[in-house]
Design a protein around this ligand. Structure first.
Ligand code: NAD
Length: 485
C-alpha cells in the first residue's frame, strides 16, 4: 500500500482504511492508498501550519535552489513518473512524459520568477516618508486537484505557492493519487511540513481541508459543481480562492484555411487525452462553404487514430479514466441523437477491448444549441460540428454558453481573428494552434469557468497578499489635529 506524506514522513490513515486505485486500461488494481478522514486532514494542516513561520523567511535564492533540485529529480525520474501516470490515469505514455517535463519546467520557471520581487516601492506623499508594498504568503494553502493532468495541475499551484512562501496540503484526485505520492520524493530536502499530501475521497477528505481555520487559501481545479461548493465553504472563512473549473470551448474554422491542416488541429483539440482536457474543443463552427469537405476529412482522420494500450508506443488514444465518465459521454451522444444529431463515426465501445474504459472517438453533425452536447461540458472524445454563415454567427454561437475557459479560431483573415479575439468571452484564445500553454502566460476561466489565474506573474500573485508599509524616518512633531484647540 502507498502512504500519505505528512511532515516528511509516510503515513497511513488513522482509521487504517484504504481504497484501491484502478488501471482504466485493464480494470486491475494498481495499488491501494489511505482513505483520509477529517482527523488525518487536520494532522496534515497542523504540520503545514507549524512549518509556515520557518519556510516563509527562507531567502529567495535558497528556495529557488530547492525548487531547481526538485525539477532535476523530476527529469531523472521522468520515465517512472510517466509510467505511473499512465497506469492510474490512462493517458498514453508519450503524453505523460510531456506532462512530467512540463511540471519540471514550471518549477524552474517559478524558482526564478518567485525570487525576483516581493513587492514595490511607491512614491511617498510627504518629505521624510518611505512607502512600499510587500507581497506576503497567505500561510497554509490547500491544493485540490483533478485526475486528467494530476501532476501538471498540481505544479501550477505548488510551484508559485511555494515560491511565494506558503506551506501546502495537497489533496489529489481519488482516481490518480499515486503519481502525486511518488512526486513527494522531489521534496525530501525541504523542511518537514512544507509539503504534505492527504489521499481520500472528494468531500470526505476535501471539505475538512477547505474548512480548517488554519487554511487561508484554497487553490482548486475541477468541476463547476465542486468549485461552487468549495467557494461557498471558503466564503464562510473569507479565504482566498482560485477556482479553475470546466469549459465548453468553441472552435471556429473559417473558409480561408487549408482544410487538411484545420482538420488535424480540430481532431487534436477534440480528442487529445480522450477529450478529457479542460480546454478540449467541445463544439465546432465551420463556415458553410467548406463544411462538406471538412466533415469528410475529419471523419477520415478520426478513423485513422489508433486506440490502444496506453503503455505501448504508437498509440494515439487510451481509455477514458472511469466507466462513470464513459457512461456520461455515451448518454450525451444518445440524447443528442434523439434530438436529431447524426453520429458519422465512433461513439461505441470497441469490441477489440473487452476490458478497460475505451470509447471510439466520435464525430457528429446536425447538432444545435438545444442539445446538452453543445451547451454543457462533455469531457470526452466527441466532436460535434455545426455549419455557420460567417464570422458573426460563429461569434454569436461561441458566446452562447455559461462557460469561458478557452476558444479557438483557424483563419489567416486578420479581421475575423481580431473580431473573434475581442468578441468571445474566454480566458485563453488560440489562433491556428490549439491547446498550447506557456508558463509565462496566465491561464484560467471567465464566467462559470473560474476565478483567478494560474501560470505567469498572475499565477504567483494569487498566492501572495498585499501589505502597505508606511514609514516616517524622522521622528518629530506631527500636525495631528486632536485634541482640538
Ligand atoms: P471534481 O470536481 O469531481 O474533483 C476535483 C477534485 O476535487 C478531486 O480531488 C476531488 O476529490 C475533489 N473534491 C470533490 N468534491 C469535493 C468537495 N466537496 N470538497 C473538496 N474537494 C472535493 O473534478 P474531476 O472529475 O476530478 O475533474 C474533471 C473536471 O475538472 C472537469 O470539469 C474539467 O473541466 C475540470 N478541469 C478544469 C481545469 C482548468 O484548469 N480549468 C483543468 C482540468 C480539469
Amino acid at each position: 500500500m502507498a502512504k500519505m506524506w505528512v511532515c516528511g514522513e509516510d503515513r497511513a490513515a488513522i482509521s487504517g482504511e484504504s481504497f484501491a486505485v484502478i488501471n482504466p486500461a485493464t480494470e486491475e488494481v494498481v495499488d491501494t492508498v489511505p482513505r483520509a478522514q477529517a482527523v488525518d486532514v487536520h494532522v496534515a494542516v497542523d504540520a503545514a501550519a507549524r512549518a509556515f513561520d520557518g519556510w516563509r523567511f527562507v531567502p529567495g535564492l535558497e528556495k529557488a535552489q530547492l525548487m531547481h533540485a526538485s525539477a532535476r529529480w523530476m527529469r531523472d525520474y521522468q520515465e517512472r513518473l510517466a509510467t505511473l501516470l499512465t497506469r492510474e490515469g490512462g493517458k498514453p505514455l508519450c503524453e505523460n512524459r510531456d506532462e512530467v517535463e512540463w511540471v519540471a519546467a514550471v518549477f524552474d520557471y517559478y524558482a526564478e520568477v518567485g525570487r525576483d520581487s516581493i513587492g514595490r516601492v511607491i512614491a511617498p506623499t510627504q518629505l521624510d516618508q518611505f512607502n512600499c508594498v510587500l507581497k506576503e504568503p497567505y500561510g497554509v494553502v490547500a491544493c485540490i486537484v483533478p485526475w486528467n493532468y494530476p501532476l501538471l495541475l498540481l505544479a501550477w499551484k505548488m510551484a508559485p505557492a511555494l515560491a511565494a512562501g506558503n506551506t501546502l496540503v495537497i489533496k489529489p484526485s481519488e482516481y490518480t493519487p499515486l503519481s502525486t505520492l511518488m512526486l513527494m520524493e522531489a521534496f525530501r530536502d525541504y523542511p518537514d511540513g512544507v509539503v504534505n499530501v492527504v489521499t481520500g475521497y472528494g468531500a470526505e477528505a476535501g471539505e475538512p481541508l477547505v474548512t480548517d481555520d488554519r487554511v487561508r487559501c484554497v487553490a482548486f481545479t475541477g468541476s463547476v459543481a465542486t468549485g461552487r461548493r468549495i467557494a461557498t465553504l471558503a466564503a464562510q472563512g473569507l479565504k482566498k480562492t482560485t477556482l479553475e473549473m470546466g469549459g465548453n470551448d468553441p472552435f471556429i474554422i473559417c473558409d480561408d484555411v487549408d482544410v487538411d491542416i484545420a482538420v488535424r488541429g480540430a481532431a487534436w483539440a477534440a480528442f487529445l487525452n480522450m477529450g478529457q482536457v479542460c480546454t478540449s474543443a467541445e463544439r465546432f463552427y465551420v463556415f458553410r462553404s467548406i463544411h462538406g469537405v471538412f466533415m469528410e476529412k475529419l471523419v477520415a482522420h478520426t478513423r485513422s487514430l489508433r486506440l490502444g494500450d496506453p503503455l505501448q508506443p504508437g498509440v494515439d488514444l487510451g481509455p477514458m479514466v472511469s466507466d462513470n465518465q464513459r457512461q456520461k459521454v455515451e448518454r450525451k451522444i444518445s440524447e443528442a441523437e434523439a434530438m436529431g444529431a447524426r453520429t458519422l463515426t465512433g461513439g461505441s465501445r470497441p469490441a477489440k477491448f473487452p476490458k478497460g474504459y475505451y470509447l471510439e472517438p466520435a464525430v457528429l453533425d446536425r447538432v444545435d444549441h438545444r442539445m446538452e452536447l453543445m451547451r454543457e461540458e462533455t469531457f470526452g472524445p466527441v466532436a460535434p460540428v455545426m455549419a455557420v454563415d460567417g464570422i458573426d454567427e460563429a461569434i454569436r454561437l461561441a458566446n452562447d454558453s455559461r462557460y469561458g475557459l478557452g476558444a479557438n479560431i483557424y483563419t489567416n483573415n486578420l479581421e475575423y481573428t481580431m473580431r473573434a479575439v475581442h468578441g468571445i468571452k474566454a480566458g485563453t484564445f488560440w489562433i491556428n494552434d490549439p491547446l498550447t500553454d506557456n508558463d509565462a502566460g496566465p491561464f484560467g476561466g471567465m464566467r462559470m469557468s473560474g476565478i483567478g489565474r494560474e501560470l505567469g506573474i498572475e499565477g504567483l500573485e494569487e498566492f501572495r497578499e498585499t501589505k502597505h508599509v508606511h514609514m516616517d524616518y524622522r521622528i518629530g512633531p506631527k500636525p495631528y489635529w486632536f485634541p482640538y484647540k
